[in-house]
Design a protein around this ligand. Structure first.
Ligand code: ATP
Ligand code: MG
Length: 391
């Protein structure tokens, strides 16, 4: 008898035609995440089995919990001896490790040449367990569900699984550029996007010296937290100072945020296209602040045709905070360093910006050169943690 890890695919199973494509991607992501362990993978259309060194199982399960595309992680007992006597013995061994009063046996016989049919097997094993334990049968709501999977070379016996993250394997649905500020929302928006199989690159607008190096470090730390789920992401930092100052000095102060966000979208679109990111993602949530009314979204979105994903558009702040705690970004996000938007806050930001007025204001100043300069001078920051960062 050997312990193995069984992976259930979840939502992937709804994919008929390209299921293999998703499974292959999941396998690749698992190999990448578990590169420091030695193990084997056996997979098919329905399941994946990881055959690890037994000592590594707990550490491997911890890593698997961060991989999208996994519905459930199960520690199963596998054995080459598929005789009824051995399966009876395995069943008793396994079930005795769990607490509960009631049980049910569910057999899945994927090797159709195996002589005992699933229903017969359920009866035989159920009887054996009834005779040898104090457990009772409950077919509707059992405390312990004992699963028996009979395959060509092995039988697998297991009880409950640990929930995985669900979603799709990262990278199967292309790449997007996340506008990552130091706040609570954008990291969560990033997480929700990765969940749908979209790989991320990150973009941060910085306004030194109005914003500090601590504000930048905060964004780097947040990106690193997201890399736990993403991996291979790049962080681009745009020097936004001149643009912000130009808006501040020359245009209607009440429109500062709207006009600034229009420039952000223009720059984000260019950086996204250059880096084969198929959409821009941000942490906007309808109504959360003045710049996130639907009318503000029209005014800002007006500069681009590029898809802008707003995964949090319908989330309450409390729901967002819950997720940020779960993904461990909350404590970083609430550090007090100013981001560029809070430095230049107008006294009366418009809630319903008027596009005609925006065009009139923007006619007073030509941003083309500053935008080109910002795009050309974008800096890429290394997200791989160095030893010195850990000290
Ligand atoms: P967050 O908590 O993510 O900072 P917020 O509620 O503070 O969001 P805004 O400041 O209006 O909202 O920003 C809305 C979105 O615009 C952010 O979620 C983020 O995606 C993007 N954004 C804002 N400032 C920056 C920045 N300096 N760099 C990159 N993206 C930014
Ligand atoms: Mg913010």
């Amino acid at each position: 008898m050997k312990k193995v890890i069984l992976i259930k695919y979840g939502e992937l199973t709804t994919k008929k035609d390209n299921r293999n494509f998703f499974i292959k991607a999941l396998k690749k992501n698992i190999f990448k995440k578990l590169s420091s362990f030695s193990f084997e993978i056996i997979d098919d259309y329905y399941r994946m089995f990881i055959i690890p060194n037994e000592d590594d199982i707990d550490d491997i399960v911890l890593k698997l919990k961060d991989i999208f595309g996994i519905h459930e992680i199960v520690i199963a007992y596998s054995d080459e001896d598929r005789s009824l006597d051995n399966i009876k013995k395995l069943s008793l061994d396994v079930i005795s490790e769990y607490e509960g009063k009631t049980f049910k046996v569910v057999t899945n016989r994927s090797d159709k040449n195996y002589p005992i049919h699933s229903m017969d097997m359920n009866d035989k094993l159920g009887g054996h367990i009834l005779r040898n334990t104090k457990l009772k049968v409950d077919v509707h709501n059992p405390d312990i569900m004992l699963n028996i999977e009979i395959r060509r070379n092995y039988v697998y016996v297991y009880v409950n699984g640990i929930p995985g993250l669900g979603g799709y394997p990262v990278g199967t649905l292309g790449r997007a550029l996340l506008m990552l500020s130091g706040g609570i929302d954008s990291p969560v928006a990033g997480y929700q996007t990765i969940k749908r199989g979209v790989e991320l690159y990150y973009l941060y607008f910085e306004s030194r010296p109005h914003t500090s190096i601590e504000a930048r470090n905060k964004v780097i730390s947040l990106a690193r937290k997201l890399e736990r789920y993403n991996s291979g992401g790049k962080l681009f930092v745009v020097n936004f100072t001149k643009i912000q100052e130009a808006i501040y000095k020359n245009l209607d102060p009440d429109y500062l945020i709207t006009i600034m966000r229009r420039r952000m979208y223009e720059i984000a679109e260019r950086i996204a296209k250059r880096n084969i990111c198929l959409a821009i993602v941000n942490g906007e949530s309808v109504g959360q602040v003045a710049s996130q009314t639907l009318k503000s979204m029209i005014a800002v979105n007006d500069v681009t045709n590029y898809p802008i994903l707003r995964p949090l558009c319908s989330f309450d702040k409390l729901e967002i905070i819950d997720i940020s705690k779960k993904i461990d970004t909350y404590e970083i996000s609430i550090l007090p360093y100013e981001d560029c938007c809070t430095v230049f806050v107008p006294r009366h930001p418009v809630i319903n910006p008027n596009l005609k007025h925006i065009y009139e204001e923007e006619n007073k100043y030509d941003f083309t050169e500053l935008i080109n300069e910002a795009v050309e001078s974008v800096e890429e920051v290394d997200l791989v943690e160095k030893r010195s960062d850990l000290l």
